[in-house]
Write a protein that binds this ligand. Structure first.
Ligand code: GAL
Length: 677
């Protein structure tokens, strides 16, 4: 595959249409018309590739790949392990997943196979090797798409044994396990490895250390399965490149660990555009966070692997994208570092679960409807933006997003079991920074912080000693750190740190936590500024931490309840840098002002002057994308950006390079073309 190219494509399932050669032929013509240059192929095609055990039928796929290649369409070849054939589930019950209640699932649905089962692994390996031998050196096959949206967990006896093996490797002795989990609590000491079981609704739920290790194991075992799949292919195609599609706000897997085994990161994005009460610019920030996460986990361009050209069919209300939104949201991905925009799906299925999901080609098979016309406009826009491909983003601020921290925090019985909203907390910091035009990366507790000027550590409940040292060194050397409430509470096995907290950070922050008050949903505490640096007033929610100052300067304080007068925002110098502390979760607007103030002079923002409401500026290498997420034209200096329009500029000189928009008037008009100037 070429690294210097913007791809435009779709999820293609010709196995559903093999009885309709006319449709398959028409697909090729339509793909040319839609400016499609890549497809993901055969993601759920296992029963067509191996209709009965050991009977491999690959000729149809060879024909499809050849036809696509001759028509300028390259292939990300899928391994179809996400859904197994019925014959396999029938012959080998062990491949079917067992739920936490220890009930084995019946055949059906997808993404519900056991990741440990030796039989499943063997069958997947044999099929992957058939695909690799036949297609691995085809010039049209540029990438391997492993399975689909890995996730979920299996509690079968094979997985229990694997979990115990993983624990033995990690801890060596049961004494070490008991100590790490504080098993003495309720007298849950283990005296035999066989006594250890994964968490269950009718079993162990009290040992938080066990629950945390189980989540680590599930992530590890899923990644091990992914590696098993890639190894089978790599044995035959050493130069093969791999990816697997990730998901929005997905909790189950540590994507930082996955990224190490992937050549390209990618994700499936289905934002709820046009939601009443939520301006599109807000939905855009929510999506942008995920784009930036995907860029961050490999520090290089990613792929938008799935998006709908029109509507989903699984959201509570599946709204169609209004004219222009497909182009705008596709270019938003590119602005944030995507080198590919793909859709789910190319052609709408006739029956079953996704028959009403949007597709580039609907049941009418036509090319003169709005969705198809707009898809072609995206294709042309990407062709005109090829120069952007492969380009990097500036390194400015980093937010710590650590899956192990999230798991530990959410498994714990603590001050607010009604929900801590880790993603919401991250989003508020992200939004504040993004609104200030600052490029945000995400890091975890294994990351190196060199190169960043600002690091934000929201709710770093599980704080490893080594990462605390990394944070200290970062500030000592001149960095600016923001730490929030509910940080530095436990170690890596969820044992509370003894002594003053936030552990390892008290001297850095110049304070220590003394108490923490949990608020009901909707309950708030007023805070007021001390001095003129912060907004005059703000409102705390969720958790209100009470701290005793030991050198930090209070910038805001609580204005009510028994902790009235104790600090709500502080700043403390440490070495050549400084550390801010936020004692509670403030309302969204606070973060905009806070980051504007603390970032002034730290970085050049993507755009030097304030932008109109709903316009976002994003920097990628030498380019600035100005995007108008409103339905009204926006004026930025001498430029007018149409509704849902994107203006691309040269970063240093602000010279206009091109403008991409899809005029609502074009909708549904035969031959209409999105404007790309
Ligand atoms: C994704 C999945 C696709 C398709 C799509 C529908 O999560 O990977 O196969 O189901 O959702 O929006």
């Amino acid at each position: 595959m070429t690294e210097q190219m913007l791809y435009h494509g779709a999820d293609y399932n010709p196995d559903q249409w093999l009885g309709h050669p006319d449709i398959l032929a028409r697909d090729l013509a339509l793909m040319r018309q839609a400016h499609i240059n890549v497809v993901t192929l055969g993601i759920f095609a296992w029963p067509t590739l191996e209709p009965t055990e050991g009977d491999y039928q690959l000729d149809w796929m060879a024909q499809v790949i050849d036809n696509l290649y001759q028509n300028g369409v390259q292939v990300a070849l899928c391994t179809p392990s996400g859904a197994r054939p019925a014959w396999l589930a029938q012959a080998y019950p062990e491949v079917r997943r067992v739920d936490a209640n220890r009930v084995r699932q019946l055949f059906g649905m997808r993404q519900n196979h056991c990741y440990t089962s030796p039989i499943y692994r063997q069958k997947v390996r044999l099929l992957n090797q058939q695909l690799a031998r036949r297609f691995g050196s085809h010039p049209g096959v540029i990438l391997w798409h492993i399975s689909n949206e890995f996730g979920g967990e299996c509690h079968c006896p094979l997985c229990q044994a694997a979990f115990r093996g993983w624990l033995r490797q990690k801890y060596t002795t049961l004494d070490a396990v008991n100590a790490a989990w504080n098993s003495k609590f309720w007298g849950h000491d283990y005296t035999d490895w066989e006594q250890i079981e994964s968490p269950a609704p009718h079993g162990e739920n009290a040992l938080h250390g066990l629950k945390l290790d189980w989540r680590r194991f599930v992530s590890h075992q899923t990644l091990d399965f992914y590696k098993w799949e890639t190894a089978a292919i790599r044995e035959i195609v050493p130069q093969a490149k791999f990816t697997t599609n990730m998901m929005y706000h997905f909790d189950g897997l540590d994507y930082f660990k996955f990224a190490k085994e992937m050549d390209i990161a990618c994700w499936d994005s289905y934002p709820t555009w046009h939601k009443p009460g939520e301006p599109e610019a807000e939905t855009a920030l929510d999506t942008a966070l995920m784009h930036d996460l995907m860029y961050s986990i490999k520090h290089k361009p990613f792929w938008l692997m799935e998006s709908t050209p029109s509507t989903t069919n699984w959201q509570p209300i599946s709204k169609v994208k209004k004219p222009g939104m497909q182009l705008l949201s596709s270019l938003q991905a590119v602005a944030h570092g995507a080198d590919a925009v793909l859709y789910f799906q190319w052609r709408q299925s006739r029956g079953a679960f996704e028959k009403f999901h949007g597709a580039v080609v609907g049941h009418d098979g036509r090319a003169d409807n709005r969705v198809f016309v707009e898809t072609a406009a995206v294709g042309r826009a990407l062709e005109s933006l090829q120069a952007v491909s492969g380009s990097k983003k500036p390194q400015q601020a980093a937010i710590v997003l650590d899956w192990e921290n999230k798991w530990a925090m959410e498994e714990a019985q603590g001050p607010r079991n009604a929900g801590l909203g880790y993603w919401q907390e991250l989003q508020r910091h992200y939004n504040g920074l993004a609104r200030a035009g600052i490029t945000v990366d995400f890091v975890n507790e294994d990351s190196d912080l060199a190169g960043y000027k600002l690091v934000v550590a929201p709710m770093l409940y599980l704080l490893r000693e080594d990462f605390a040292a990394t944070l200290r060194a970062f500030v000592a050397q001149g960095g600016t750190l923001v730490v929030t409430y509910w940080s530095g509470v436990v170690n890596e096995t969820d044992l509370c740190w003894l002594g003053d907290t936030p552990h390892h950070l008290t001297d850095l922050l110049g304070l220590r936590r003394t108490e923490i008050d949990a608020l009901y949903d909707g309950e708030t505490r007023r805070c007021t500024a001390v001095g003129a640096e912060m907004p005059p007033a703000a409102t705390g929610s969720i958790l209100c931490e009470v701290a005793a100052l030991a050198g930090a300067t209070p910038l805001m304080q609580y204005a009510e309840d028994f902790y009235k007068g104790s600090p709500a925002v502080t700043r403390h110098p440490f070495g050549a840098g400084k550390a801010y502390y936020l004692a509670t979760r403030f309302e969204e607007g606070f973060y905009t002002t806070f980051y504007e103030k603390i970032c002034a002079g730290l970085f050049p923002p993507a755009w030097p002057t304030p932008l109109p409401q709903g316009v976002h500026a994003t920097r990628r290498a030498g380019y600035i994308f100005l995007q108008n997420f409103t339905t009204q034209p926006a004026t930025v200096g001498a430029l007018t950006i149409p509704p849902y329009g994107t203006q691309l500029l040269e970063a240093e000189t602000h010279t206009s390079l091109c403008q991409c928009s899809f005029a609502p008037a074009d909708a549904g008009v035969q031959g209409a073309s999105g404007q790309v100037n």
